[in-house]
Design a protein around this ligand. Structure first.
Ligand code: BMA
Length: 319
């Protein structure tokens, strides 16, 4: 069955999926949920790869145009290290990459799957070949985290998604740190809506925030629970440039959702899950996991996204 298209802001690449286990140089169950960055003139994807035990690691793939001719590391690039990092006991998942100019390094924020549940961990690198793991920075259950590239009033800022134990609801929070390791000033920034909404009760950050002239552009997922499972769809929000704890705009409607077969059927049906996007010549390249099974690309004009979000309701929120 085919679902109606979303508002048409993003165009799916005709060659989707752009990467899958069929392209992989070693045995794997699935390739999905990749972080993205432009490194030395190439597009680098740090892909989540799940093995046949169900444990995930991360592997780098590089391409000049970010679409075809991927050079994939022949071996896993970043793997769990439970001896030194017990928080990675069941693997590492869903990375998000931010270039930190002040450090001259990339920060990779990822989900470490500990015996106590998923939590947020950070590693840094300057070449995506060797990494320095900073360890866990948030206790479980917490995931879907990304750093801002700059400090605010002297503090690093991170968006993340703790589960509220009393209600099992999930909202996007922001926390601040002087050193990327110790985090505080925790506050809720973007709330899941309630009731019938597409983003009721459970939302989470997708890609790292992108700085635009109008504010920080956020892409987030909303999870709709249905009688036959969950549907993961995407919405946009805009945060204040100076004070990113302030949400200026938020899309009422989802801007992207599963409609193609490769998004509708897989290890987990009806999932689109971007962890990375890059902006090249005004074009946004959004890389997303499809149905927890393959990796896809959709593109949009950055100006179109900005125009769209500026015409969305102000974020003093409608139900
Ligand atoms: C989320 C994350 C993602 C996954 C999605 C759909 O909670 O675990 O890694 O793609 O569920 O299964």
């Amino acid at each position: 069955m085919h679902r109606p298209m979303d508002p048409g802001l993003f165009r799916r690449h005709i060659g989707n999926p752009i990467l899958s286990v069929r392209d992989w140089p070693y045995k794997a169950n699935s390739v999905f949920n990749a972080a993205a960055a432009e490194v030395a003139g190439q597009v680098l994807l740090l892909c989540r790869v799940e093995d046949f035990r169900g444990i995930s690691h991360l592997t780098a793939a590089r391409s000049k145009d970010g679409i075809v001719d991927w050079e994939i590391d022949p071996q896993p690039t970043l793997v769990r290290d439970p001896a030194n990092h017990p928080e990675e006991y069941w693997g590492i998942e869903d990375p998000r990459i931010t270039w930190i100019d002040e450090l001259g390094r990339w920060a990779v924020v990822y989900t470490a799957f500990s015996r106590g549940g998923p939590l947020v961990a950070i590693a840094t690198t300057d070449d995506f070949r060797t990494f320095k793991k900073l360890g866990p920075v948030m206790p479980p259950d917490d995931k879907d985290a990304a750093l801002f590239p700059v400090r605010f009033k002297g503090y690093w800022a991170m968006l993340h998604r703790p589960i509220t134990p009393a209600t099992t609801e999930a909202h996007v929070w922001m926390s601040f740190s002087p050193d990327l390791i110790h985090w505080g000033q925790h506050q809720e920034v973007l709330q899941a809506r309630q009731g019938a909404w597409w983003d009721a009760r459970k939302i989470g950050l997708c890609t790292p925030p992108v700085q635009t002239s109008e504010g920080w552009m956020l892409l987030y997922h909303g999870v709709r629970q249905t009688a036959s499972g969950s549907i993961y769809r995407l919405g946009l929000a805009l945060l204040d440039l100076e004070d990113p704890t302030k949400v200026i705009r938020r899309s009422d409607e989802w801007v992207f959702g599963p409609s193609e077969m490769y998004e509708r059927e897989g290890d987990v049906d009806d999932v689109v899950f971007p962890c990375g996007w890059i902006v090249r010549d005004g074009q946004v390249y959004m890389y997303y996991g499809a149905a927890d099974s393959s990796l896809c690309l959709a593109t949009a004009e950055l100006n179109t996204l900005i125009d769209y979000i500026l015409h969305c309701p102000d974020a003093s929120f409608s139900e």
